[in-house]
Write a protein that binds this ligand. Structure first.
Ligand SMILES: [Zn+2]
Length: 90
Protein backbone atom coordinates (compact mmCIF):
# COMPACT_ATOMS: atom_id res chain seq x y z
CA UNK A 1 0.00 0.00 0.00
CA UNK A 2 2.83 2.41 0.92
CA UNK A 3 4.54 1.69 -2.42
CA UNK A 4 1.33 2.51 -4.27
CA UNK A 5 1.03 5.85 -2.43
CA UNK A 6 4.67 6.76 -3.27
CA UNK A 7 4.15 5.93 -6.96
CA UNK A 8 0.93 7.94 -7.02
CA UNK A 9 2.66 10.88 -5.31
CA UNK A 10 5.55 10.74 -7.80
CA UNK A 11 3.11 10.71 -10.73
CA UNK A 12 1.18 13.64 -9.23
CA UNK A 13 4.41 15.64 -8.81
CA UNK A 14 5.40 14.91 -12.41
CA UNK A 15 1.95 15.95 -13.64
CA UNK A 16 2.25 19.19 -11.64
CA UNK A 17 5.68 19.92 -13.18
CA UNK A 18 4.30 19.24 -16.68
CA UNK A 19 1.31 21.53 -16.05
CA UNK A 20 3.55 24.30 -14.70
CA UNK A 21 5.80 23.98 -17.76
CA UNK A 22 2.82 24.12 -20.14
CA UNK A 23 1.44 27.20 -18.35
CA UNK A 24 4.83 28.92 -18.66
CA UNK A 25 4.92 28.06 -22.39
CA UNK A 26 1.38 29.40 -22.83
CA UNK A 27 2.25 32.66 -21.07
CA UNK A 28 5.29 33.14 -23.30
CA UNK A 29 3.52 32.62 -26.65
CA UNK A 30 0.10 31.08 -27.11
CA UNK A 31 0.68 30.66 -30.89
CA UNK A 32 3.94 28.71 -30.44
CA UNK A 33 2.26 26.56 -27.77
CA UNK A 34 -0.76 25.78 -29.95
CA UNK A 35 1.21 25.09 -33.14
CA UNK A 36 3.86 22.96 -31.39
CA UNK A 37 1.18 20.77 -29.83
CA UNK A 38 -1.11 20.52 -32.86
CA UNK A 39 1.77 19.70 -35.24
CA UNK A 40 -0.67 19.97 -38.16
CA UNK A 41 2.09 21.45 -40.34
CA UNK A 42 5.65 20.16 -40.25
CA UNK A 43 6.86 23.75 -40.91
CA UNK A 44 4.79 25.24 -38.09
CA UNK A 45 7.89 26.80 -36.64
CA UNK A 46 8.25 29.03 -39.71
CA UNK A 47 4.78 30.53 -39.29
CA UNK A 48 4.62 33.96 -37.65
CA UNK A 49 3.10 34.44 -34.23
CA UNK A 50 1.06 37.37 -32.93
CA UNK A 51 3.03 39.43 -31.98
CA UNK A 52 5.96 38.36 -34.16
CA UNK A 53 9.14 37.12 -32.54
CA UNK A 54 12.51 38.60 -33.31
CA UNK A 55 14.56 36.12 -35.38
CA UNK A 56 18.18 35.62 -34.43
CA UNK A 57 21.07 33.21 -34.77
CA UNK A 58 21.61 31.80 -31.29
CA UNK A 59 24.20 29.40 -29.94
CA UNK A 60 23.65 26.64 -27.45
CA UNK A 61 26.68 25.07 -25.80
CA UNK A 62 27.96 22.21 -27.94
CA UNK A 63 26.00 23.26 -31.06
CA UNK A 64 26.70 25.71 -33.90
CA UNK A 65 24.82 28.99 -34.29
CA UNK A 66 21.27 28.19 -35.40
CA UNK A 67 18.13 30.16 -36.37
CA UNK A 68 15.86 30.81 -33.41
CA UNK A 69 12.85 32.82 -32.28
CA UNK A 70 13.35 35.12 -29.29
CA UNK A 71 10.66 34.09 -26.85
CA UNK A 72 11.52 36.28 -23.91
CA UNK A 73 14.22 38.78 -22.93
CA UNK A 74 15.20 39.24 -19.32
CA UNK A 75 18.82 39.18 -18.18
CA UNK A 76 19.38 36.73 -21.03
CA UNK A 77 17.58 35.62 -24.20
CA UNK A 78 15.18 32.69 -24.11
CA UNK A 79 14.78 31.18 -27.56
CA UNK A 80 13.13 28.34 -29.45
CA UNK A 81 15.40 26.85 -32.07
CA UNK A 82 14.16 25.88 -35.54
CA UNK A 83 14.60 22.35 -36.82
CA UNK A 84 12.96 19.00 -37.32
CA UNK A 85 12.49 18.47 -33.64
CA UNK A 86 11.18 21.02 -31.21
CA UNK A 87 13.46 21.12 -28.21
CA UNK A 88 12.26 22.44 -24.90
CA UNK A 89 14.95 24.50 -23.23
CA UNK A 90 14.74 24.47 -19.45
ZN1 LIG B 1 5.40 32.29 -30.88
Amino acid sequence: MLLFIKEFTDMARQMLRDCQYDLMELEQCKDCYRMSNEKSDKYWFCKPCRPNHQLVYAKQKGFPYWPAKVIRVENELYTHFTGKTYVRLE
